[in-house]
Design a protein around this ligand. Structure first.
Ligand code: ZN
Ligand code: ZN
Length: 323
């Protein structure tokens, strides 16, 4: 049992084994596949990012005329707005789940408390360290990509496409491209020289919290936030640029929360954590991508959380190490 490695104070919560999304079952079951594609992958976080993007565009983004010329003034405002969004999501979840411990150990996937290895972190504190990398590097590179993207439209280099169906299609292009980009970039970051210099910074977080989500080395941020580049070539409405930022920057804070569900009231729970990626933090050499595009399944690095799957993965890793 995996729970044997858990600190007993952290309960015995075991997430269910991970299954392939219905999109990939054969023979294809049309209704579950469509439901997955148009509802499950968006609920609830995708819908929240889409709903947030509109007021952010209307009230918290400088006018396009202003952004036609690069200036530290409007870029600083964007940085501040993004910093506040990150603090709201990561800070809010951290406060609720890890400080206030509002739901105790219920649905907790972490095996130990945060900040258990002070030597590995800046100021000897995992949380302060994660906040530093998320804001100093994460928010800065997120804002940089975003500013360039707006400038391309504001200066007339690409036309603004104001079409609902094009907007919906571009959200799916983003999901697909971001997932592929994450897998390819992540495999590259596990190449030994890159791992040692760059990606190990994220992997120091074996047990994770909301601030671990985009706590990365600047080079990893450059790769991770690169899906913005899509909109330097494919014309969209600038709201899609905001959705890209929210999805890339805020989603990891939620999926790294260390808890599979957020308990709301006595009967309601909302899926927040990503057991698939949490297993990557725990075991390191498996589950490089995510389930939406299960490249790990096709390349043999898929771990569904079961004991048998872990044994298979360990045996494969030994074989690869020897050969
Ligand atoms: Zn990794
Ligand atoms: Zn991670």
């Amino acid at each position: 049992m995996r729970s044997s490695s858990k600190n007993s104070a952290f309960g015995d919560y075991e997430p269910a084994n991970i299954e392939l999304p219905p999109l990939y079952s054969w023979p294809l079951r049309i209704a579950p596949a469509l439901r997955y594609l148009f509802f499950d992958i968006l609920f609830p976080l995708g819908f929240i990012y889409l709903a947030l993007a509109f007021p952010i565009w209307w009230y918290f983004t400088p006018p396009l005329e202003t952004m036609a010329v690069f200036s530290p003034d409007w870029i600083a405002l964007l940085w501040l707005r993004n910093c506040m969004l990150l603090c709201l999501f990561a800070g809010g979840l951290h406060w609720w789940l890890h400080l206030k411990k509002q739901q105790g150990g219920l649905y907790r996937m972490n095996r130990k408390a945060l900040a258990t290895d002070p030597k590995a972190f800046l100021w000897g504190n995992q949380i302060k360290d994660n906040i530093f990398w998320s804001i100093a590097s994460g928010v800065t590179i997120w804002t940089g990509y975003e500013a360039i993207s707006y400038w391309i439209y504001a200066s007339g280099r690409l036309p603004i496409v104001d079409n609902l169906w094009w907007g919906i299609a571009s959200v799916y292009v983003l999901f697909f491209w971001s997932t592929l980009n994450f897998y390819v970039g992540h495999r590259f970051l596990h190449w030994r020289p890159m791992y040692q210099r760059v990606h190990s910074l994220h992997h120091r977080n074996v047990d994770i919290g909301p601030w671990s989500g985009i706590s990365m080395h600047p080079i990893e941020h450059l790769l991770y936030f690169s899906p913005f580049v899509l909109w330097w070539f494919i014309p969209v409405h600038p709201i899609i640029i905001i959705v890209t930022g929210l999805y890339q920057a805020l989603n990891p804070t939620v999926t790294h929360s260390g808890f599979e569900y957020l308990k709301l009231g006595s009967k309601c729970k909302v899926k927040i954590g990503d057991w698939y990626h949490q297993l990557h933090h725990q075991y390191f050499n498996l589950n490089y991508g995510n389930t939406f595009l299960p490249i790990d399944k096709w390349t043999g690095s898929w771990h569904d959380g079961s004991e048998e799957s872990l044994h298979t993965q360990k045996a494969q890793f030994r074989k690869r190490s020897i050969s």
